[in-house]
Design a protein around this ligand. Structure first.
Ligand code: GSH
Length: 373
């Protein structure tokens, strides 16, 4: 039985190594929009994923450490500080999951991955989980062998250019005919912009680079007229890298795509997936009750749903999931609620939570965790 599983795992790994090699070739070489086949998302190739026999949750508990993949350079989401420690919204969702599974925010190995590397890293077992600005799409959910958890950030692809290059009144893709457009490889971003240009019948030169640091540097150096990625990424770049005396314009037109970003993991790991997903839900349920990292200890006598999710009620459900009864209390205490993470990492960049799609349903947003019962 075990040998059989190992053979199948080896077959999956070999399959993904081939896909990864193809990915780097297809995505790393730049090229123009016409040459890019929008349907050929090389990070989305078909792969058989077989993990059904193992229990990743138990494996992580035995290992004593969660391996979690993040972006290498995504401002506000995952960036290494001067000590080499990843900080950001996504990095903290990784830590929250480590707390839920292992009770300790430090029981984690956070691994930086480029967009083109990320799915291979899951399939080879290098990481258990991605919190890496990853968009939930139909092909990734099916062909690529990934499963997706609840969206932690509803984003959309936008464009940014220098006002002084004649883009001060630009609004959308129709305004970039003839431009050199840059983004990072292995993303929905490169496919969306190529498709949008094709559909509008305009010509762009699309250059892709390994990560968004390189993209932004090329923009600063004048090699790119326009850069494009998830709107949150552009806000972060503008906040941190716009040179004094220069005006970078994020085009005000509607985003050109839907980019629901959230946790991503290999398919058929239901118990692990439940914990990943309910960690996000618990952080949102905490906000529904006004509970956060600073005040959670004053709710330890809570009853009803809040008591259950904090593990202080008689009828908690966490034990049945294979984690500690107080797992989600520890998540809020050690890492924070959803709005804590937003305030810590995204508000300083000027990203607003209140009244946006990322707010709770009770405030008109799309965040609607299922009931803890
Ligand atoms: N959400 C898109 C794009 C993800 C992406 O790579 N975003 C950029 C900009 S926010 C990023 O994370 N850059 C960091 C890097 O290149 O490592 C996807 O899933 O394909």
């Amino acid at each position: 039985m075990r040998k059989d599983f190992l053979l199948r795992l080896l077959a999956v790994i070999l399959g993904f190594t081939l896909v990864a090699a193809a990915c780097s070739d297809d995505d790393g070489d730049g090229g123009d929009a016409a040459a890019d086949d929008a349907a050929d998302d090389s990070s989305d190739d078909t792969v058989e994923a077989t993990q059904g026999d193992s229990d990743l949750l138990v494996e992580i508990q035995d290992r004593g450490e969660l391996n979690c993949g993040v972006s290498t350079v995504s401002i506000g989401f995952a960036v290494q500080d001067s000590d080499g420690i990843y900080q950001g919204f996504d990095a903290d969702f990784c830590r929250a999951t480590a707390v839920a599974i292992l009770g300790d925010a430090e029981a984690i190995n956070i691994i930086g991955l480029t967009a083109a590397e990320r799915f291979t890293a899951v399939q080879t077992g290098q990481v258990d989980l991605l919190h890496r600005n990853t968009t939930w799409t139909q092909s990734r959910d099916s062909d690529v062998g990934m499963d997706f958890g609840p969206t932690t950030y509803f984003d959309g692809q936008q464009l940014m250019a220098r006002a002084s290059d004649g883009f001060s009144n630009a609004s959308g893709v129709a305004d970039i005919d003839g431009a050199v457009v840059c983004t990072n490889a292995g993303t929905t971003t490169e496919k969306n912009i190529a498709e949008a240009a094709d559909l509008l019948g305009i010509t762009i030169t699309l250059n892709t680079f390994e990560d968004f640091d390189i993209v932004t540097q090329n923009f600063i150096d004048g090699a790119c007229d326009v850069i494009t990625t998830d709107g949150s990424g552009l806000v972060g770049r503008k906040a941190e890298q716009q040179p004094a005396g220069e005006e970078w314009v994020i085009f005000p037109g509607a985003p050109i795509s839907k980019e629901p970003l959230g946790p991503t993991y290999g398919q058929n790991q239901s118990r692990f997936a439940d914990v990943v997903n309910w960690t996000v839900y618990a952080m949102l349920i905490a906000d529904e009750y006004g509970v956060n990292q600073a005040n959670v200890d004053s709710f330890l006598d809570a009853e009803g749903e809040l008591g259950r999710i904090l593990g202080v009620g008689d009828d908690e459900v966490q034990s049945a999931m294979g984690i500690a009864p107080d797992a989600f209390y520890q998540v809020i205490k050690q890492v924070g609620s959803y709005s804590d993470l937003w305030e810590r990492h995204l508000a300083p960049l000027g990203l607003t939570l209140e009244g946006t799609v990322n707010d709770l349903h009770t405030n008109g947003g799309l965040m609607y965790p299922p009931p803890a019962r």
